[in-house]
Design a protein around this ligand. Structure first.
Ligand code: MGP
Ligand code: SAH
Length: 277
């Protein structure tokens, strides 16, 4: 059921800091943001996990708060994708950590993943259907100093996919809001707009190297079954000991740089006892 929230879509930045504020008062200010509705306060408390540079003027709106990928997870994903290039084609030593990859971030939001792709890869195509959020992503990329490696496109990934070329497509679509945990198992056919299979088939028009950022309560067999011809590696993404989400790597990306804990699925066969009791 939809909950009533104040200040929908309000742009919220860091609170103003005064130089001589006593420690306790400062702490109270940091723990609570009166501009945000109560159900978003938990994301405010995690703001420095979401963006390490939050205090430098990061912009987030309501959907951004509950959808942005925490920075440590976005960093791991970008590093792993860059490693694919480095593993396949060794490049100039001075650029060892800098994959010359083009990555499509199909649902860029306020830029959590886009910024990290731009840090690790040469070119990022960042697509977002909401113009305000796209501008926030552009602004946030400037805060991180990586905007020059990002091509921001306002539009619908579903429509744009047939026109794009890239090495990797990363997809973190809307899951239907924070209520995604209300079912014990999240059904991938029930994503808003298009099913997970439909989005993935669109991405396959661009490349076979696809990454999905998905709810932690997905059935891993359903995730593996979205692309049955490809191996699939499912990473469990934790921050501060809490499971936040799953990152699913298909095809070549499933074979490189996997980190623990994870489960590798061979095509058409589930091999993980963890997920297939
Ligand atoms: P959460 O479950 O809403 O938060 O989202 P948290 O802190 O785990 O709260 P808890 O009370 O359930 O423990 C966890 C993470 O999932 C967020 O930090 C986002 O990265 C991601 N996420 C959540 N939603 C609702 C979406 C979404 O709709 N789309 C995408 N792409 N990511 C989302
Ligand atoms: N990974 C992002 C969060 C993505 S949330 C981050 O870290 O910031 C999903 C985003 O997809 C939302 O901002 C939503 O506006 C956008 N979106 C929804 N439908 C879309 C579509 N058809 N094409 C592109 N973007 C879309």
């Amino acid at each position: 059921m939809a909950r009533k929230r104040k200040n929908r879509g309000a742009k919220v930045g860091a609170p103003e800091q005064t130089a001589k504020r006593p420690k306790l008062a400062k702490r109270k200010l940091a723990d609570h943001n009166q501009q945000l509705p109560s159900d978003l306060q938990k994301y405010w408390r995690q703001r420095h996990n979401l963006f390490w540079k939050f205090d430098e003027g990061i912009q987030i709106d309501e959907e951004g708060w509950y959808s942005v990928t925490p920075e440590v997870i976005a960093e791991d994903t970008a590093a792993r994708i860059a490693q694919l290039y480095n593993t396949k084609q060794p490049i100039d030593q001075s650029q060892m950590d800098f994959g010359r990859l083009c990555v499509v971030d199909a649902f860029c939001g306020v830029g959590g993943n886009t910024i990290k792709f731009a840090t690790w890869c040469e070119h990022v195509i960042a697509i977002e259907i909401d113009p305000k959020r796209l501008e926030m992503a552009r602004h946030n990329a400037k805060v991180y100093g990586v905007e020059d490696r990002i091509e921001f496109i306002l539009g619908d990934f579903y429509e744009l996919a047939p026109m794009l070329k890239a090495d990797v497509v990363f997809m973190s679509p809307p899951w239907g809001g924070p209520e995604y945990t209300s079912a014990s198992v999240f059904d991938l056919d029930c994503l808003p707009l298009h099913s997970a299979r439909e989005w993935l088939d669109r991405a396959r028009l661009i490349t076979t190297n696809i990454v999905y950022f998905m709810p932690r309560n997905c059935d891993p067999r359903q995730l593996a079954g979205l692309y049955p011809e490809a191996p699939c590696d499912i990473e469990l993404n934790y921050t501060n000991g809490f499971l936040k989400a799953l990152t699913v790597y298909y095809n070549d990306l499933a074979m490189y740089g996997s980190s623990e804990p994870h489960a590798l699925f061979e095509p058409k066969a589930c091999t993980s006892q963890q997920y297939c009791p």
